[in-house]
Design a protein around this ligand. Structure first.
Ligand code: NAD
Ligand code: IPM
Ligand code: MN
Length: 355
C-alpha cells in the first residue's frame, strides 16, 4: 500500500462543496491502485481573511511544500476585491512551486450536448497547455498619481525564452503521444511585438525539432472564433497565461459546462508541489445551494492520480464519470438535471468501485 500526503485548500464558495466530492471519489479510487491518502486540510480563503486580515498563514507556502500534491477548490468572494484574494493565496502557489504547465482538457462527453449545433459525442477533444508562471500574470507594475485625474497604471507582461520554451516543448511532447499529432499556438504578435514575437520565434524553433507534428499559429481573436467554428480541429493548444485562461473558459462551455472543466498545475521540477483544481471559480451566484457540479473537481482529482502515477485509479474515475454522464439519470443542474452536488459525488464514487 502506497500512502500520499495531500494538502487540501477547499477555499471559498462552491470550492468547499466540490472538493468534498473530489475527496469522496479519491477515497474510493485509491483502493483500485493500492493507494491511500492522508488529507491535510488548511482553512485558508476569504473567511480566514475576514478573521486574520490575510488570506493564509504567513508561511503558507512553506507549510504546503512537503506534500505530495495539493487539491484546491476555488478562491474568490464578492465582498473582497479579487486581486487581493487571488494574489494572497492562489497565484503565489503557481509561482513559488514553478508550476509552469497548466493542463486543461476539453472533451465532449456522450450525454452532454455542446451548445454548438450538431457536434457528435467525442468529436471535440483538445488539451490546452497554458503557460502558468509569467506572461501577462507577472504581477509587475505600478500606479502613479492615484486618486487624481492623472491616474496612470502600468501592468507589465514578462516573457522569457526559458518560460516560452518549456511550455511549448511540453505541448509538443504531449502531442507526440496523441493520435492526431497537432499543436496550435495562440498569440497576439501582430499588436504585441516583443513578448509575443519571442513566443512565436520559440514556437518555430521547437516545432522544427518535431517534424511529425502538424502546427498552426493563430492570433487570439481568430482563435476565439475558430474555437466556436471548428473546435473539433484542435488537438493540443499552447497559449500564454492570459490567453490560456480565457480560451479554457471558452473551451469549457463549448463542451457543455464550466462544471466539467478540469485543470492541473504541474511543477516543472518533479519534487516540487503540483496543484489540482477545477478551471471554474467560487461561483457566488450558486454558492451555498448544494447544486454545483462536482465533476470538474473530480476530473481534476483524476489528473492528480495520474500525476501520482496511479493510472488504474485515474482510469477508474474517468470511466465512472463517463458512465454517469452517459446514463444521464443523475446530472447536476448545469447539465440539465436536478441532482445535487453530493448525489453526483456519491454516484461517481459508487461507480468507481463498480457498484
Ligand atoms: P466562475 O467560474 O466562478 O463562474 C462562472 C459561471 O459558471 C457562473 O455562472 C457559475 O455559476 C458557473 N459555474 C462555475 N462552476 C460551476 C460548477 N462547478 N457547477 C455549476 N456551475 C458552475 O467565474 P466568475 O463568476 O468569473 O468568478 C467568481 C469568483 O471566482 C471570482 O472571485 C473569481 O476571481 C474567482 N475565480 C477563482 C478561480 C480559482 O480559484 N481557481 C477560478 C476562476 C474564478
Ligand atoms: C483560473 C482563474 C485564475 C486565473 C484567477 C482566479 C486568477 O481564472 O485558474 O483560470 O486567471 O488563473
Ligand atoms: Mn480562469
Amino acid at each position: 500500500m502506497r500512502t500520499f500526503e495531500i494538502a487540501v485548500i477547499e477555499g471559498d464558495g462552491i470550492g468547499v462543496d466540490v472538493t468534498r466530492e473530489a475527496i469522496k471519489v479519491l477515497e474510493a479510487a485509491g483502493g483500485v491502485d493500492e493507494a491511500a491518502f492522508s488529507w491535510n486540510y488548511f482553512p485558508w480563503g476569504t473567511d480566514y481573511y475576514f478573521e486574520h486580515g490575510r488570506m493564509a498563514a504567513e508561511d503558507y507556502l512553506d507549510q504546503l511544500a512537503p506534500h505530495d500534491a495539493l487539491l484546491l477548490g476555488a478562491v474568490g468572494h464578492p465582498e473582497v476585491q479579487d486581486h487581493i484574494t487571488l494574489n494572497g493565496l492562489l497565484l503565489p502557489i503557481r509561482r513559488r512551486f514553478d508550476q509552469a504547465i497548466c493542463l486543461r482538457p476539453a472533451f465532449l462527453y456522450e450525454g452532454v450536448p455542446s451548445p454548438l449545433r450538431d457536434k457528435p459525442a467525442e468529436s471535440i477533444d483538445m488539451l490546452v497547455f497554458r503557460e502558468n508562471t509569467e506572461g501577462e500574470y507577472a504581477n509587475i507594475g505600478g500606479r502613479l498619481y492615484q486618486h487624481s485625474d492623472h491616474d496612470v497604471a502600468v501592468q507589465t507582461s514578462v516573457f522569457t525564452r526559458r518560460g516560452c520554451e518549456r511550455i511549448i516543448r511540453a505541448a509538443f511532447e504531449k502531442a507526440m503521444t496523441r493520435p492526431r499529432k497537432r499543436v496550435a499556438s495562440i498569440t497576439k504578435s501582430n499588436a504585441q511585438g516583443y513578448g509575443m514575437v519571442l513566443w512565436d520565434e520559440t514556437f518555430a524553433e521547437v516545432a522544427a525539432e518535431y517534424p511529425s507534428i502538424e502546427t498552426e499559429s493563430l492570433l487570439i481573436d481568430r482563435a476565439a472564433m475558430e474555437f466556436v467554428r471548428r473546435p473539433e480541429s484542435f488537438d493540443v493548444v499552447v497559449a500564454s497565461n492570459l490567453f490560456g485562461d480565457i480560451l479554457t473558459d471558452l473551451a469549457a462551455i463549448v463542451v457543455g459546462s464550466m462544471g466539467l472543466a478540469a485543470s492541473a498545475n504541474i511543477a516543472i521540477e518533479r519534487q516540487n508541489l503540483s496543484m489540482f483544481e477545477p478551471v471554474h471559480g467560487s461561483a457566488p451566484d450558486i454558492a451555498g445551494q448544494g447544486i454545483a457540479n462536482p465533476l470538474a473537481a473530480i476530473l481534476s482529482a483524476a489528473m492528480m492520480l495520474e500525476h501520482l502515477e496511479l493510472p488504474r485509479a485515474a482510469a477508474s474515475v474517468h470511466a465512472a464519470v463517463k458512465m454517469l454522464l452517459a446514463e444521464g439519470e443523475l446530472l447536476p443542474p448545469d447539465l440539465g438535471g436536478t441532482a445535487r452536488t453530493e448525489v453526483v459525488g456519491d454516484r461517481v464514487a459508487a461507480l468507481v468501485v463498480g457498484r
